[in-house]
Design a protein around this ligand. Sequence first.
Ligand code: PMP
Length: 384
Amino acid sequence: GKPVCECYDCYGGTDCSELSPGCAADADSGDPIFLEPFWMQHATESAVVISGWHRMSYRYADYTTMSTQLETYIRKLHSVVGNAVTEGRYLVFGIGSTQLLNAAVYALSSENSSSPSNVLASVPFYPMYKAQTAFFNSESFQFEGDTNSWQLNNSTNNMDVIEFVTSPNNPDGELKKPVLGGKTIYDHAYFWPHFTPIPGPSDHDVMIFTLSKLTGHAGTRFGWAIIKDKDIYEKVLNYISFADLGISKDTQLRVLKLLKVAIEGDGKPLFRFSYKKMSDRWDRLTSVMSKSTRFSIQQRHPLHCNFFNETRLPSPAYAWVKCEREEEYDCGAVLEAGKIIGRTGSSFSAEDRYTRLSLIKSQDDFELLLQRLTVLVSLENGSI
Ligand code: PMP
């Protein structure tokens, strides 16, 4: 007979419960769909409807009220989570945090120096820092790569540096610290209780956050920067004005609605849900990986979390997998042969002996990933 419904990509059989044997687990992208079930539970409160005639203008008194209210929510959120100091700081909205990363580089680069500022990050680092800095091809800044190699090769003490400090880090989840002692941009995309214990409020000159990894709404394209210094703030604001005359008011309205739900009950419903999801995934992942000598994943160290008021292990967004066998220097290829797609170490300027696996996708994606890993590890132990 005719099938009653169509199954998702990797499933077949009459009730879609059979996994297609040839199907690969895609753990490549960092799309944070793991929070979708939370928003299904809060569908009504988080919905936004905008009439066609409403809020059409570039400027309207309502907008300023709305943007001010959004700022208030963001400050409230940081205060209940305890992850960033916002008192007496300036806030700038951006199209995702992606736009603010470059706006911050621009704002921190020295205008009057004849040589460009040096932009650096510590390996392994998020590839966008390098890609953006190269793409904008500015006279004021240039990408200089890894902080450690820079330290070795620069005895001249050239302090005109802008260092990206990604904390927790993408790909390995480490709470990074600056190493060069110059200007810093703290990328706090993952500094939320679902991914890391919050040891205390971050208190730095330039801190960048994103809605993407907080509520999972990556497609909304919304981020914000918290800035201490007025001059830097004005430069970042200028950048946003010249690039796009401000951030979409429709977007801001949606973010307002989402954050309203996020700060309900002092953030407990959202972060309990998200932490449970991530820690369950890590429990199951570590249980599989503990049986392997062929693959290892990053060590996790317990820390006191001020938000949950207890000591917890981090549950990072990504597993940073290392292939331990001497001859398996291309870890991506090894995993791919086991029908697992990750992102290669070299994408993060690290060795290909490492591969990043995303743990923040849908439950189906995670289940398939875990199945494929279980098979790989069982093969190694000769149990199947
Ligand atoms: N910083 C880091 C470390 C990231 O991993 C990401 C997204 N993967 C971003 C910034 C950018 O996110 P968005 O532009 O969606 O805010």
